[in-house]
Design a protein around this ligand. Structure first.
Ligand code: PMP
Length: 444
């Protein structure tokens, strides 16, 4: 399509370098949203678009919820900004207490950031500094996983395992290893819920411990369910085994719950759903229902305690952001937690997951579909790529879903990922998967 024909091309000037986007292709055929409400976006042409991904896995209570909007408006007029170093404001303390109540037991200390990436880098830095504070400064190695996504900071891409996100940026952090990912289509394709096979992949951690000497390893970071690499689920027993190995060797376990937090899979956090308690949890996105950028690291109090033994008046951790605990974000976070709790949204994924699973797996047998994966209110449909054209077929499905079916899904590589707001109606579940089935059938 030439620029002259492109709808809305006059709205998409060259100045904005869009993140994680094929910028040249986008401008040939822009997708521009103008407003949102509840389950729906509306684009600049006034078309209604059903949101099947909660924005980008963040608007768990749906869009423009009045309670959250009002809280942000009021706060902006009352206290727009408070310095975050050596000064505080009550809402940040209140939000931290509320998060500590929601967190798995023991993780009752909260460090605020502005994004998932910052939460990850914060957690990695806390892990390294913690071991030093304990007199174990030789623990400096970090372990992530192949296909892991931990944001875009240098720490995050070092422990992350998505090749494109790493390969253009030089040598990254030293002393990082990667465990194998757990996607195994030979043994687990079309599993419903957690895959049965693969718990033994956790033993690669024990092998790394033997290779390096476990007393050199600071932390392991894992997404309980990875999203950005295309919804990779933990095999039954896998996370338990990782936890056991970490505990045995004094290695901190960090769960990156940027997408799994705040009700996505049926509990406040995946840690509770899977019955495995890490030492830290990184979060963002659903924390404010996506309304204001904010992240948080939930930290076991014993970790914080290790920093609290120096002389009083000394800064315990030399780390933080100008906008840590920002008043508008804290107000949005408190209001979002109210909405989640008043509407019991963390219980929704469990309640709807049988319908969700049935609807997703009804696509089994369609052309190009080589796997369907689901857990809670997450699903992925993996398509066979056209030879030599990795990702193109899935991108076409995404594009047609948006333009023709009026449904926003997420495309990542050859995978269509779904993670709707938790206010979704059963009829909308059917609508999404019926449209996906038609679209996949119509895609060459
Ligand atoms: N960790 C995980 C598991 C994520 O899914 C993401 C974002 N999708 C991030 C970290 C990074 O979050 P942000 O884009 O807010 O920096």
């Amino acid at each position: 399509m030439s620029n002259a024909q492109a709808p809305n091309a006059d709205l998409t000037g060259p100045a904005y370098w869009m993140p994680f986007t094929a910028n040249r292709r986008f401008r040939q055929s822009p997708r521009l949203l103008e407003r949102a409400e509840g389950m729906y976006y509306y684009d600049v042409d006034g078309r209604q678009v059903l949101d099947a991904v909660a924005g980008l896995w963040c608007c768990n209570a749906g869009h423009a919820r009045p309670k959250i909007v009002e809280a942000i408006q009021k706060q902006a007029a009352k206290l727009d900004y408070a310095p975050s170093f050596q000064m505080g404001h009550p809402l940040a303390f209140e939000l931290a207490e509320r998060l500590a109540e929601l967190a798995p037991s023991g993780l009752n200390r909260v460090f605020f950031t502005n994004s998932g990436s910052e939460s990850v880098d914060t957690a990695l830095k806390i892990a390294l500094a913690y071991h030093r504070a304990c007199g174990e400064g030789q623990r400096s190695r970090l372990i992530g996983r192949e296909k892991g996504y931990h944001g875009v900071g240098f720490g995050g891409i070092s422990v992350g395992g998505i090749v494109h996100n790493r390969k253009h940026f030089g040598p990254l952090l030293p002393g990082v290893d990667h465990l194998p990912h757990t996607l195994d289509l030979d043994r687990n394709a079309f599993s419903q819920g957690l895959p049965a096979h693969g718990a033994e992949l956790a033993d690669a951690l024990e092998a790394l411990c033997q290779l390096h000497d476990p007393s050199t390893i600071a932390a392991v970071i894992i997404e309980p369910i990875s999203g950005s690499a295309g919804v990779i689920l933990p095999p039954v027993g896998y996370l338990q085994r990782i936890r056991e190995i970490c505990s045995r060797h004094g290695i901190l376990l960090i769960f990156d719950e940027v997408i799994t937090g705040f009700g996505r899979i049926g509990s406040a956090f995946a840690a509770q759903q899977f019955g495995v308690v890490p030492d830290m949890i990184t979060s963002a996105k659903g924390l404010t229902n996506g309304c204001v950028p904010m992240g948080a690291v939930l930290i076991n109090e014993a970790i914080q305690d290790a920093f609290m033994h120096g002389p009083e008046g000394m800064i315990e951790l030399f780390h933080g952001y100008t906008y840590s605990g920002h008043p508008l974000a804290a107000a949005a976070g408190l209001a979002a937690l109210d909405v989640y709790q008043e509407e019991r949204l963390f219980a929704v994924a469990d309640r709807l997951s049988p319908d969700w699973q049935r609807a997703a797996h009804a696509l089994h047998g369609l052309p190009h579909v080589i796997d369907i994966r689901n857990y809670g209110l997450i699903a992925a449909i993996q398509l066979e790529p056209r030879p030599g054209q990795s990702g193109q077929r899935a991108f076409e499905v995404f594009e047609r879903m948006f333009r023709e079916a009026g449904i926003l899904v997420r495309v990542t590589g050859d995978i269509i990922a779904l993670s709707p707001p938790l206010i979704i109606e059963p009829s909308q579940i059917d609508q999404i998967f019926a449209a996906l089935a038609d679209t996949i059938r119509a895609t060459r």
